[in-house]
Each structure stands twice: as structure tokens, then as C-alpha cells.
Design a protein around this ligand. Structure first.
Ligand SMILES: [Zn+2]
Length: 339
């Protein structure tokens, strides 16, 4: 936009989803995915005069159910309603056995809908996760109409969320839900620049040729989620060749990152999509407490400029990023580089 501002979609419906602990191997750790994350970004963008704020519109549950199993969405809805206000429910584990659904224990039943124990449920979680999908959809509708760049400040994040399993702080896959909203306009590319591989986004689009998934992320040999993200994962069936992973080594700094991003953008340009969805994680920052890349706040301008050079109407969907003191300035660098 000529004035430098882009539409920024937000909602405060997530703030009571505030898990304080995550369990790793049965030990509780402070939870980094905190409610202030999107607010810090929003405030910095407003301060820098880069944002036209838009509140999210509500959408029917059907938009979630076309990506996730309805039984999964309904489980989260009903489980959250059973919890006390401050209660935090961690799945007892991970189970593929439907017999666990008859357990008296909600934590055991939750293990059927989880692939890890780091996406706890609270009473406010369902509303938060649904509102995050609404934030993404509100942005997607504008991008479908041709808006050049829209930022959707989704929280909780989404790219780890699988068809019927939560994990990695994620419940509903906001980026893939948005991609489906954009499909009537034409083919969609998802470019995932979060530090972590978007296992959910990959799996939800793996057998499709109308959604290209391209991801730059920390090599799964060293980083979460560990079970996906290698370069040999290329799609299946008619989606063969429409999934592209670029695993990167720990300590990756901007020059190597930008060279790989340039390759990824060439792949996207060759696909010639009608619309682009960026899964935007700021956990590639050197100061991120749960990641090990070496990008600086100003480097996000180079990333934004490279993506903008694709010249595609683009929805930027917030994923991770946990260095609270760096989120605002990183987002200002990134959005400031968009035309
Ligand atoms: Zn991440």
C-alpha cells in the first residue's frame, strides 16, 4: 500500500487461554506460548504506523471441519467446557486406540486427540483456537478479493495441528484453513518460515496438487517435531512433488537462510499459485528461548522483501516466536519491507 500500512487482523478472544506449564517427559516447564505475543506485535506495528487494525469476523464451524475431523473439534469444545477456569489439562500421553475414549479420565481421552503433551487444554482453549481460525479466515477473505498483503495475528498457532490431533502448542491449523478459503480463487502455496517444521500443514496437504507446501525449518534431526521435515518428503499420490522441505542446521544465520529462501521462492514461482499463505514464525530469531537459529530483528526485512518479490496476494499467518522482547521489532522489520 502506498501509505505503508497493511490490514492486520486480530482478536482478544484468546487471552484466557494461558497455559502456564507444558509437560515434557512428565516434567512441567514454563509454557512459552503466552497471551502477550500477538499484542506485542500489534502494538509495535501500530506505533510504527504499519497497521490498519481489523477485528476478526466469526465463521461457522464448517470452515474448521473441512480441514479437521469434526469429532476432534467437538472433543476440544466439550473437554474445555468440563474444565474449571484455571484448570489446565495435559493429555495423559498419545494413543491410537479408540478404547481410551471410554476412559473415565478426560486426560486419557485427550490422548486419542493428541500427538504430544505440549498442547494443554483450558476452559478458554476452544474459544481461543476457534477465534484464531476466524482471524486467519477474516484475512483470507480479503486476500481472496485481491488485497496484496494481510497479516493475521493468530493465537494459538496452528501449523503443528494434524487432522485429528493437537500438539506443539497448536489445536486448529489456521494456515491450512485459510488456504482452503482461498482455493476457489486458484492454486495456493503455503510458505512456512517458522523455525519448526509444520508437520500438520504438510500432512493436511500431502496428497494435494492444488496446495503446494514449502517449508524452511530446523533439521528434524535436532529440532521439534523430529518426525517430519526431511527433504525426501515430497508428497504422495497426486500430490507427489507438491511438498518441499528445506531443513537447515542449528545456528543458521541470514545469509544461508536468505539463499535457501530464494530457492524456496523459485519453487513457488514455478508453481504459479493464485494466492500465497505465509506461516510466519519469529522463532528463527537468535534470541528465541526455544530455538537455535541466528537471525536478527533487522533480518526479517530481507525475508519480507524476498516474499513480497513473488508479487502474489499474500496472507501472513502468525505461528511461533517466543522472544517477547524481539517480537515487535522483528514484525516491524518484516511488515515494513512489504510494499
Ligand atoms: Zn515454531
Amino acid at each position: 500500500m502506498a501509505d505503508g500500512r497493511i490490514p492486520v487482523v486480530w482478536s482478544d478472544a484468546h487471552v484466557d487461554h494461558a497455559p502456564t506449564l507444558q509437560a515434557i517427559d512428565g516434567v512441567d516447564y514454563p509454557h512459552p506460548e503466552v497471551p502477550s505475543r500477538p499484542r506485542l506485535i500489534r502494538e509495535a506495528l501500530v506505533e510504527a504506523d504499519l497497521a490498519d487494525l481489523i477485528t476478526a469476523d466469526p465463521y461457522d464451524d464448517g470452515v474448521v471441519d473441512r480441514v479437521h475431523a469434526p469429532a476432534y473439534r467437538q472433543f476440544i469444545d466439550e473437554a474445555c467446557a468440563e474444565l474449571a477456569v484455571e484448570e489446565q489439562l495435559t493429555p495423559a500421553g498419545v494413543s491410537a486406540d479408540a478404547a481410551v475414549l471410554s476412559s473415565d479420565s478426560l486426560a486419557v481421552r485427550a490422548s486419542y486427540f493428541a500427538f504430544g503433551t505440549d498442547a494443554p487444554l483450558m476452559r478458554a482453549t476452544y474459544r481461543a483456537a476457534r477465534s484464531a481460525a476466524d482471524v486467519a479466515l477474516t484475512g483470507a477473505v480479503r486476500v481472496a478479493s485481491g488485497a496484496p498483503h494481510v497479516l493475521a495475528l493468530c493465537r494459538p498457532p496452528g501449523h503443528h495441528a494434524e487432522h485429528d490431533r493437537m500438539g506443539g502448542f497448536c489445536y486448529f491449523n489456521n494456515a491450512v484453513i485459510a488456504a482452503h478459503e482461498l482455493l476457489p480463487v486458484g492454486r495456493v502455496a503455503i510458505l512456512d518460515v517458522d523455525y519448526h517444521h509444520g508437520n500438520g500443514s504438510q500432512h493436511l496437504t500431502y496428497d494435494r496438487r492444488d496446495i503446494l507446501y514449502v517449508s524452511l525449518h530446523a533439521d528434524p534431526r535436532w529440532a521439534y517435531p523430529g518426525f517430519s521435515g526431511t527433504s525426501v518428503e515430497r508428497g504422495s499420490g497426486e500430490g507427489e512433488g507438491f511438498n518441499q522441505n528445506y531443513p537447515l542446521r542449528p545456528g543458521t544465520a541470514i545469509d544461508d537462510y536468505a539463499a535457501t529462501l530464494s530457492e524456496a521462492c523459485e519453487r513457488i514461482a514455478a508453481f504459479a499459485p493464485a494466492r500465497l499463505v505465509v506461516s510466519l514464525g519469529f522463532d528463527t530469531h537468535a534470541d528465541d528461548p526455544i530455538a537455535s537459529f541466528a537471525l536478527r530483528s533487522e533480518d526479517f526485512a530481507r525475508i519480507g522483501a524476498e516474499i513480497a518479490a513473488l508479487d502474489l496476494p499474500t496472507l501472513h499467518v502468525l505461528e511461533g516466536g517466543y522472544a517477547l522482547a524481539r517480537l515487535g521489532e522483528s514484525a516491524v522489520s518484516y511488515v515494513g519491507a512489504l510494499p
